[in-house]
Design a binder for this molecule. Structure first.
Ligand code: V47
Length: 393
């Protein structure tokens, strides 16, 4: 390795970033291999601050996973059960799904994140009824529901086009879609970790259709399994290409592999350096996706805080009742309160902004003392002239 040559190449890439020119595959792979992590982080941070200043977004959400029964046998997954009668397999009734929100009616939750396994024999009505039941209780709540892999499965199973599936779900209450199921687009890696489920092109086509229908979506990348660095950058480029076409992605969420209780358990987890580097490279490659979100559940609260100086401007969220990673060995708590999040963001030298799912700002931290604010996500909001503020006791 020629350190002098590498420094010169890094400077060329930095100049491209500052001139707002898109980086290419070789640039991305170079950044992944460049030893000076802090230099890459600082460049990503420049972009992050150019886009958002010190703002760091979070939202108040919770997850419902109505069923974990799934026909797909993804090697990285600890959550799914292949058969309805397998140990720990479950399928909630519509009333049980409804109860999840009933339990939180006094909480300032703005979003429900809903993801399922690919169940063998539920009717399409089940998925629509879940949405209807939640909207009936809280018409204002945002339902971010069903991954592209689920939409693809529904289309196949019920003999509908993507557009028909999405239109019917939207009529039942779906507001936007989460970014799950993308895994890694490269066919070589996909064959090894999730053979038989929606292909990369299917995943992208579902999102393309959603964007055409005005449904905003998120996008993800699962990293730390069998993929190469080239395949990670290729994944980001395919997302960037679709974004250039539609503009419908809101945020990119890198998902660090968790190895417990699944068929890939022998693999070591991604390191802290890999996590930070991946956020930074994502910020630099995905110039046309506004937000990079750290899912603190997966990388831990401490790394998530540091990631706020490596290109990340968004922390997901209060979360509550996360199952997919906790079944895969995540050791983070299952929920953070709003005040925990604000404190975390402040300590990182940033300004916390509570957003809704579509990134409308609901509350901006004005630095007022946090003492006296109950550390409790169940506090109702007080609303003053349309602005929402954290109540002080
Ligand atoms: O598609 C599953 C990943 C995804 C494991 O859109 C795993 O706002 C690591 O997409 N180790 C689902 N990753 C979660 C997801 C998500 C999360 C947070 C926010 C949003 C959003 C989306 O989780 C799956 C898969 O890629 N996954 N098992 C595992 N053992």
């Amino acid at each position: 390795m020629n350190a002098h040559k590498d420094t010169a190449r890094f400077a060329t890439i930095a100049a491209k970033v500052r001139a707002e020119q898109p980086l290419d595959l070789d640039d991305g792979v170079f950044l992944y291999r460049y030893p000076d992590l802090l230099a890459i982080g600082a460049l990503a941070n420049e972009r992050r601050e150019a886009l958002h200043g010190d703002k760091t977004f979070f939202n108040v959400n919770f997850h419902i996973n109505p069923t974990n029964v799934c026909v797909a046998d993804c090697k990285f997954c600890s959550f799914a059960r292949l058969e309805p009668d397998a140990p720990a397999a479950y399928t909630m009734s519509i009333d049980e799904v409804r109860q999840k929100l009933v339990e939180r009616m006094d909480q300032p939750v703005t979003e429900v994140h809903i993801v399922n396994g690919l169940h063998h024999d539920l009717d399409f009505d089940y998925y629509k009824d879940c949405l209807r039941a939640l909207k009936a209780l809280r018409p204002d709540i945002h339902l971010k529901a069903y991954t592209a892999v689920e939409i693809h499965y529904f289309a196949q199973k019920y003999g509908l086009s993507y557009e028909q599936v999405l239109t019917e779900l939207r009529d039942a209450g779906l507001d936007s879609m989460p970014g799950g199921g993308a895994e890694i687009f490269a066919e070589r890696a996909r064959r090894k970790i999730c053979r038989g489920k929606a292909e990369a092109e299917d995943w992208l086509e579902v999102h393309r259709t959603a964007h055409r229908l005005g449904i905003r979506t998120n996008c993800t990348m699962l990293y730390g399994t069998v993929e190469t660095l080239e395949e990670r950058v290729d994944h980001m480029l395919r997302l960037r290409e679709l974004q250039a076409e539609t503009g419908g992605f809101q945020t990119f969420i890198p998902l660090a592999f968790h190895a417990d209780n699944n068929d890939l358990a022998k693999l070591p987890p991604p390191t802290g350096v890999d996590n930070l580097r991946t956020y930074a490279v994502a910020r630099l490659m995905l110039h046309n996706i506004a937000h990079i979100k750290a899912y603190w559940i997966m990388i831990g609260i401490k790394t998530a805080q540091i990631a706020l100086s490596f290109g990340v401007d968004d922390l997901d969220g209060t979360v509550q009742e996360e199952k997919i990673y906790h079944m895969a060995g995540a050791e983070t708590p299952q929920a953070l309160s709003r005040v925990d999040l604000v404190r975390l963001i402040r300590e990182a030298g940033r300004v916390a902004v509570e957003r809704d799912t579509l990134y409308n700002e609901r509350w901006v931290d004005d630095g007022a003392a946090l003492e006296g604010i109950r550390i409790d996500a169940s506090l109702p909001f007080s609303s003053e002239a349309g602005r929402v503020s954290l109540p002080v006791l």
